[in-house]
Design a protein around this ligand. Structure first.
Ligand SMILES: [Zn+2]
Length: 198
């Protein structure tokens, strides 16, 4: 199924999905523990494509279902795609994404968490905020794909960080919650002030 999604994205990125609204912190849906996915049907596959489309156009490298207001245990990632400027016939410029490597995780379970790493993180639900967060350096994730097949993947470095960040969204946790209380309150204040002034 992921191969099918990849094929679609490569052939016509703009026609693949719908751009969904990304909810910003402190929207209550970001604090909810998400429900497991039980039905693996065409609607689920389309939803995953919409999530990917929204992530690529944002742009971001990961997006979890609760961030678009759907409290289900799903997230998508792509840490290796490229974005480039393309000049259209009328002279206007457009951003095009190429070399997609979409990953879809449904009902993920993290195991074999090991080591420690610090990585600067950002979040589409907290635009403009970046901070180093302490995470495990390696892990194994067991998950289902769009067809419901159980898969597993080992991850380290950036991929491991992204999986932990997105998996946190399924538990109602944003990266601010992983910081010291002092730092969290400081950044939270900064973010809410900026949001209000917009
Ligand atoms: Zn996030």
């Amino acid at each position: 199924m992921e191969e099918a999604i990849q094929r679609d994205l490569n052939s016509d990125f703009n026609g693949v999905g719908e751009k969904l609204q990304v909810f910003k912190y402190p929207h209550p849906v970001l604090k909810k523990v998400a429900e497991p996915v039980t039905e693996f049907d065409a609607d689920l596959e389309q939803f995953c494509k919409n999530l990917l489309h929204t992530m690529y156009t944002a742009p971001g490298i990961g997006l979890a279902a609760p961030q678009v207001g759907v409290s289900k245990r799903i997230f998508v990632l792509d840490i290796s795609y490229q974005r480039e400027d393309v000049t259209l016939a009328d002279g206007s410029k457009e951003k095009r994404c190429t070399e997609f490597n979409p990953l879809v995780f449904i009902n993920p379970v993290l195991k074999e968490l090991d080591g420690e790493q610090l990585h600067e993180e950002g979040c589409l639900s907290l635009p403009g905020l970046y901070e180093s967060v302490k995470r495990y350096s390696s892990l194994e994730v067991e998950y289902q794909n769009c067809s419901g097949e159980v898969k597993s993947m080992k991850a380290e470095e950036l991929l491991s960080v992204c999986i932990q960040h997105e998996n946190d969204h399924l538990e109602g946790i944003v990266f601010l919650d992983r910081l010291s209380l002092l730092k969290k309150n400081l950044l939270k204040k900064k973010f809410l002030k900026k949001k209000k002034n917009k």
